[in-house]
Design a protein around this ligand. Structure first.
Ligand SMILES: Cc1ncc(COP(=O)(O)O)c(C=O)c1O
Length: 372
């Protein structure tokens, strides 16, 4: 008996990494860039209050949620489309604007989903080379544009590198890019940088109808599991995205949660400050252990241990997981030496650091032995 043949090989992409935490007394996940500070105030209560309505269909147009977002950021709700997380919207952009054989362009070592969007469409994922220290080179991006380019994705700050593109460079990219090419500014970590940058991002979208800004409630707002994101774009782009998204894409409880959360900007300010504090602490501690740090503006650190043997990062991730601490290796990003570690509570960071200290010492011992 033969099986149905998928257009996409089920084995080409590993979207979810398997991690063995068996035997660990408790598990602290520092591998998904969740916010340890939890959901914005009032959100859990609002979900609880709305729970009895779960038998009803929610508003497919997310009217109340879009109005709340519009009010908060001074944006026209007609230019907003909500998604099942921002990942749905990134995927929707691909499905609206690209087809098999087209090119989807992004800087090297960008958020993995950009390549996944291309793969799902049979489009070609094209990576533009970076400048030094994982910096985005706007000229290299522009130079990589071909007649087949349909979409450019730019995550700012980027995951997994944590790097930031200066706003004047983002504005230049939007200005110099041919206007038939869609430019997606993925601002999933926008809350962790100066809020003025988010405003500037919306202004770029106002000036250029081919620019789409995507945002998420998964990170600083602490709603990763609710699956709520949104995009800001020209009304015609919004209409096109509305055509391809799931009709009931944002569930009712998520709409309620996002509507409350977006009003809690004091909380977001607190999250930004606390995350920066703990990120500085973590990076400082890792530096003393001999790690090289890639400067990160987001809620994670991106680091590597220079001189460690091949496979050290993967083995370290596996050993830490067995002890209950999940951190992320990045071989799937083509960066097998690098570790991405989410910012967390000081006590959890200290416990994780103690485990990493043992691993780093062992690696350094091996280096000394090899040099002897
Ligand atoms: C750069 C970037 N964009 C988008 C997303 C998607 O987030 P969500 O679908 O939870 O909104 C992520 C998630 O990690 C991310 O790192």
């Amino acid at each position: 008996m033969s099986l149905p043949v998928p257009y996409l090989s089920a084995r080409t992409l590993t979207v979810v990494k398997k991690i063995d935490t068996s035997g660990a007394p408790r598990v602290v996940n520092l591998g998904l860039n969740e916010s340890w500070l939890g959901a914005a105030p009032g959100v859990v209560e609002a979900i609880r209050e709305a729970a009895p309505q779960v038998y009803r269909y929610a508003d497919p147009g997310c009217g109340t949620m879009r109005a709340a977002i519009g009010r908060q950021f001074n944006l026209d709700p007609a230019r907003i489309v909500c998604g099942n997380g921002s990942e749905e919207l990134l995927d929707a952009v691909g499905r609206v604007y690209a087809r098999a054989g087209d090119e989807i362009l992004f800087p090297a070592y960008s958020f993995l989903q950009f390549a996944i969007v291309a793969y799902r469409l049979g489009a070609k994922a094209v990576e533009a080379p970076l400048g030094p220290q994982f910096s985005v080179d706007v000229d290299a991006l522009l130079a990589a544009v071909t007649p087949a380019t349909r979409v450019i994705f730019l995550a700012n700050p980027n995951n997994p590198t944590g790097s930031v593109v200066p706003m004047d460079e983002v504005a230049r990219l939007a200005r110099e890019l041919p206007s038939h090419i869609v430019l997606v500014l993925d601002a999933a970590y926008a809350e962790y940088v100066d809020p003025a940058e988010a405003v500037a991002t919306f202004e770029i979208a106002d000036r250029h109808p081919n620019v789409i800004v995507t945002r998420t409630f998964s990170k600083a707002y602490g709603l990763a599991s609710a699956r709520a994101g949104w995009a800001y774009a020209h009304p015609e782009v919004v209409a096109a995205l509305n055509n391809v998204r799931g009709i009931g894409n944002v569930n009712g409880l998520a709409q309620v949660a996002a509507t409350v959360a977006v009003g809690e900007q004091d909380f977001i300010q607190h999250v930004r400050a606390r995350t920066a504090e703990e990120r500085d602490y973590l990076e400082g501690q890792l530096r003393t252990l001999g790690f090289e740090i890639s400067p990160s503006a987001a809620n994670f650190a991106f680091v590597r241990l220079p001189g460690a043997s091949e496979g050290w990062a993967q083995a370290t991730v596996a050993r830490l997981a067995k002890q209950g601490f999940i951190i992320r290796s990045n071989e799937d990003y083509g960066l097998p030496e690098w570790l991405r570690i989410s910012i967390a509570d000081r006590a959890d960071l200290d416990e994780m650091l103690a485990l990493l200290r043992v691993e780093a010492r062992a690696a350094n011992g091996e280096q000394l032995a090899a040099g002897a």
